[in-house]
Write a protein that binds this ligand. Sequence first.
Ligand code: AMP
Length: 210
Amino acid sequence: MKRIVLFGAPGAGKGSVADLLSVRLSFPTISTGDLVRAEIRGQTEIGRKVQEITARGELVPDPVIIGMLDRRVKQADVKSGYILDGFPRTPAQAQALAALPADEERAVFLDVGEDVVVERLLGRLTCQKCGAIYNRKGKMPAQAGVCNRCGGTVAARSDDNEDSIRQRLQVYLRETQPVIDYYKQKGLLRTIDGVGTVEEVFARLLEALA
Ligand code: AMP
């Protein structure tokens, strides 16, 4: 069982390269943001609880998100490995992750400046069904508003607005930066330049994982 953890600010491009890596390795990507959005869409008990928190750009409480990850990694498709996009984001989550078995773990940090991530997030469009990522200034769906991959609706995420973006960046610096520093200090982290096209960043990711 191999685990690959992708770190980076919101908008750093984790989801885009995770999609490519998932195809390359035949491992599923587990995006905790996608798990949260599925709960909200389904208006489950958890979904109703976390809807407001997520809309404000704050983090879902650790026990809730850790529980969601625990359930997801037990599914049948996570046999030989998985890629994590958006987890762990707090020291408690890093601890919970360390308790989950993995024969091999790799962590990569996508380094992108704040001005670039804000611009990316403001232009980002996301498939509301499968999570595929597009951008108004980059790759757009062949048919406006319709996902190339699954035919789902493509639109801006409700939390990709300026207020929420600002809040998410603050939360990232406060809560997630210490986790990244911890991985760095342990010598577990490779850093790659996250600026460029998805293909360029993906090539750097493959090199970092080689
Ligand atoms: P993302 O798609 O990774 O940007 O996540 C969207 C939102 O889901 C975040 O702003 C949080 O509210 C919530 N979320 C996703 N992953 C986590 C996590 N690991 N811990 C806490 N909240 C999370």
